[in-house]
Design a protein around this ligand. Structure first.
Ligand SMILES: Nc1ncnc2c1ncn2[C@@H]1O[C@H](COP(=O)(O)OP(=O)(O)OP(=O)(O)O)[C@@H](O)[C@H]1O
Ligand SMILES: [Mg+2]
Length: 443
């Protein structure tokens, strides 16, 4: 792992962000380079519509970090994302009658239960991105994240299954293959919020209940966590571009000026803005500059964002009482950079709200730009794959405890219950389940 480099590739509706990371001397993941390229018009609402231009943008973003990619003894991996309203996230229950009810539940048994659950799902849709456990139940015992050691006749796994449309997945693979640098060995694809959550949410927040809202340019992803597990996730065809469009129409300015107004003078709480504050929009071809009220700009943004906050609460209410998400809302994505957005969401939803900035160690040569909510997915992609690679190494080191591998779940039947490391590996299997998948993208 020491020399291996992971390239996180967040392929979004406005930018491809490429970030390279590797393990530093203290064993921590360190970000050593970042670069981005524009994708406007080539990816709409998270879905690739122009494969040539998207793969060019990927190549361009990788080129910008290529200075950090030299060195002959380095393996390069990529970790990329998939999003869009074609992604289907749904709960799935897998139940098994145990052969020997008096024997303690083992790691291998859990792994087999999850593997069995995948078969019928894969028959319907080969693009199974994730099979995330959210709890296990043995007979009538309380639901737990760690059933190992329990005894009973029946075991049940509650899973969250994330599948993608095969055609949309195919387009992503086509773009990645076309853009692939000769150095890149192999990689994985993750549902965007799975990555972003790794970068900006703490395990305590996931335990207490938290709602992650990633406001991109063409999409907003809403993901809810409780007891450490993902309980619901959806992708809205709605993002910051909609706000820009509202400003364009509401203030009668060009789209470019609307975007500049939003990102430079925008705010989510209009009452904080002085009524007399005005920005002059330069006139084109010698025309006079036009004054624009900053308060009106904020009113437009505030109204639209209130709608989004109300939509989030409506979606959360389908899962349970919003107040049961004790850690409230964490906002990320480029849209989370709007001043006062967390305060507005807090006011409308009555939930605590903060802006999530990636928690990461960065090399001194890397721009501060990455410590920004719009880098949550790119950084999370590296973190999530780094954990996966480390787990694969850990499991190899533990010899007979090999329960997972890069290419598929391997269940070793050897007597390894007392070996050190098994508990750690199991915790990871539950937290970060990975295994075989035709799409080579499961986590
Ligand atoms: N300071 C700012 N204030 C408000 N919005 C901002 C600011 N900076 C960037 N944005 C908005 O963030 C959005 C881009 O966010 P991001 O880069 O996360 O999107 P993306 O990942 O490319 O798209 P998606 O995730 O929807 O596919 C744009 O709508 C942009 O206008
Ligand atoms: Mg995004």
């Amino acid at each position: 792992m020491r020399n291996d480099l992971i390239i996180g590739l967040d392929i979004g509706s406005s930018f491809v962000r490429a970030v390279a990371g590797r393990q530093n001397n203290s064993g921590k993941l360190e970000i050593i380079a970042s670069g981005k390229a524009n994708t406007t018009g080539h990816i709409l609402q998270g879905e690739i519509v122009n494969i040539n231009k998207t793969s060019l943008a990927i190549s361009e973003a990788i080129k910008k970090i290529s200075g950090a990619l030299d060195g002959k003894n380095t393996n390069y991996y990529f970790s990329s994302n998939l999003s869009g309203s074609h992604i289907n996230v749904q709960p799935y229950t897998s139940t098994k009658i145990r052969k020997n009810p008096r024997e303690a539940v083992s790691v291998q048994e859990i792994q087999a239960l999850i593997e069995d659950a995948k078969k019928p799902i894969l028959e319907k849709n080969p693009i199974l991105l994730h099979t995330l456990p959210i709890g296990f139940k043995v007979d009538n015992l309380p639901t737990t994240n760690d059933p190992v050691g329990q005894v009973g006749q029946k075991i049940q796994a509650e899973l969250m299954i994330i599948t993608a449309n095969p055609d949309k997945y195919g387009l992503l693979v086509q773009c990645l293959l076309a853009a692939e640098s000769e150095h890149i060995k192999k990689g994985n694809v993750y549902f965007s919020p799975v990555a972003a959550s790794t970068a900006v949410l703490s395990s305590e927040e996931k335990e207490e209940g938290v709602i992650l809202v990633d406001i991109g340019s063409g999409t907003t992803e809403i993901s809810m966590y409780q007891n450490r597990g993902l309980v619901k996730s959806l992708v809205l065809n709605w993002g910051g571009d909609r706000l820009t469009e509202d400003i364009r129409i509401g203030l009668n300015v060009s789209y470019e000026n609307a975007e500049a107004l939003k990102t430079t003078f925008g705010s989510a709480i209009s009452k904080l803005i002085d009524i007399n504050e005005v920005v002059m929009i330069p006139g084109i071809a010698g025309r006079k500059p036009t004054p624009v009220s900053v308060k009106n700009l904020a009113i437009i943004l505030e109204e639209r964002l209130k709608e989004l906050a109300a939509k989030i609460i409506a979606e959360v209410s389908q899962v349970g009482d919003p107040q049961s998400f004790k850690s409230g809302i964490v906002l990320c994505g480029g849209g989370a950079q709007l001043p006062d957005i967390a305060e507005l969401f807090q006011k409308v939803t009555d939930l605590e709200c903060r802006v999530g900035v990636p928690m990461v160690v960065q090399n001194s040569q890397v721009s501060e730009e990455i410590l920004d909510p719009s880098y949550a997915t790119a950084i999370g992609l590296i973190q999530v794959y780094y954990e996966q690679l480390n787990e694969a190494i850990l499991s190899e080191e533990a010899e007979a405890t090999t329960i997972i591998s890069q290419t598929g779940a391997e269940i070793n039947q050897g007597n390894n219950k007392d070996k050190p490391g098994i508990k750690k590996i199991f915790t990871r299997v539950v937290d970060v389940l990975m295994g075989s998948n035709e799409a080579e993208g499961e986590y």
